[in-house]
Ligand binder design. Sequence first.
Ligand code: HEM
Ligand code: SF4
Length: 570
Amino acid sequence: MSTETMTRAEAAPAVLPVGRYGYDQVDRTFLRERIEQFRDQVNRRIAGDLTEEEFKPLRLMNGLYLQLHAYMLRVAVPYGTLGSKQVRALARIAREFDKGYGHFTTRQNIQFNWIKLEDTVAALEVLAEADMHAIQTSGNCIRNITSDEFAGAAKDELLDPRVHAEILRQWSTLHPEFTFLPRKFKFAISGSPHDRVVARFHDIGLIARPGPHGRPVFEVFVGGGLGRTPIVGVSLRDDLPEEDLLAYMEAILRVYNAHGRRDNIYKARIKILVQALGTDEFRRQVEEEFVAMDRARYRIEPALVAAIKARFGAPDFAPEGNAAAGLAEDRRRDIAFDAWIRTNTHEHKAPGYISVVISLKPAGGIPGDATAEQLDLLADLADEFSFGELRVTHLQNVVLGHVRQDQLHTVWQRLSQAGLGTPNVNFITDIVACPGLDYCALANARSIPIAQKLSSRFADLELQREIGDLRINISGCINACGHHHAAHLGILGVDKRGQEAFQITLGGSGEEDASIGQILGPAMAEDETVDAVSRLIDLYLVRRENGERFLDTYRRVGTAAFKDVVYAPA
Ligand code: HEM
Ligand code: SF4
């Protein structure tokens, strides 16, 4: 599925999927062969010819983890874009092989938590029929390449990053040199100055913009990451030309592959290498490699970009007509609809269209979970209203990218009937949470129940509007899968003398003003933590000035006052 694909433009499928690359027979044959290999491996495990230890590296190559209670299958959604047929395939897996739901993660993957070993091959077959797989969703390789959920739609976007995300996907899939890196490696790419991809907390974050002669250039952030050593990535290049994108990525990966700390799993990520060498020395080594390599081999010519782009379907936008007037009228007539439009939509570049964020965070619900029925509905809505395309966000919500404004009311009604109409995007109940101790073998504490308690405590919509933008992220252990460091208010599950407890961090951001949340004080029990959050919010409401967000007030006022309300209540 790698460089070969780039010369296969003529094999393009007749009907192209909107917003993503259309597979051809070469891609499909590869997936089928891979499944056959795995079938044999699973059969050997079931027959007892392979121990779990022997089976482990084989299953991980196919995104199959072993969790606390069952196997878990992690499926990649490249650059977060799904077709309706793919969404129905996910619904089918949830229904037939899981307990009726799937869990969207912070890296545009979906996880199925209750897969039986004997069903795994059938699940992979369902995925393959819809041009999906779980390859490279585990292991020390280049993982799913994530992108902006409003790619190709957002008004503030400078260029659609998905064609380059696809080029990177093809380059990194089964790349022989980078299949056994010192540690996992995560890319994110955006084409907007507003960072919606957490670029600065990725191993490599790319921000694209139009450069000279209309060809893209990239700012390259490297060495960002969360986990036990959270680090904001540094800018290595501001002006990487499109033609050198792959060569430069290859150079970075080579330096990392050669010098990353394979001796210590906790120091093996590229962020540690960048910190150890210093940005200047790391950059010098990358440039040295870059200059020495056969760059012509990796050069991205305009013809290649055009060939990949030609495999993407593009939405055929209707003229604006009376769409905006229709929306304005619907908003006047229906207050609840108006509230949802305010929070759950994003400005579109095409007149008459809008992007819709569908919250997977109902009051008291499990963040990021979607049932099979909800997935089927999302597929139907994508077909009827958004060119058959659905996107996944890194905040565990989903997006209909291109909805005509005068159809929004219908979309909202259909969503609301299915429990998907919560108007809380970016509010305090739009909580991100990892699976935690309910599923994860590495967890210290349960992330989901505390997320549910917080979301119930703040369920009142008036109160949520009053509080405004506030990001709460929860991780069940220091691995930080829930991005707690990057939240305005982060919650980390710890083990306090054998009991589940939670530490609060304040002041983090995963956006262009990226910062790492600071620990407020000692960890507390679950209920105490929920009360502490209430007190922090009360203080913010008292102290905020001029429409400040929680994060702004915290940054202005400083930690001490916030610490006092939690640890020294009057
Ligand atoms: C359930 C099984 C999972 C396991 C065993 C697992 C394991 C890990 C480990 C060990 C790390 C730390 C890596 C490091 O610092 O080098 C990590 C980081 C991370 N994981 Fe997970 N994880 C799981 C689920 C998830 C889920 C559900 C999400 C999304 C909600 C996720 C997203 C991430 C992210 C975003 C990071 C931190 C960013 C970074 O890589 O620096 N993981 N995971
Ligand atoms: S943060 Fe910890 S508990 Fe949560 S999913 Fe990651 S490894 Fe598991």
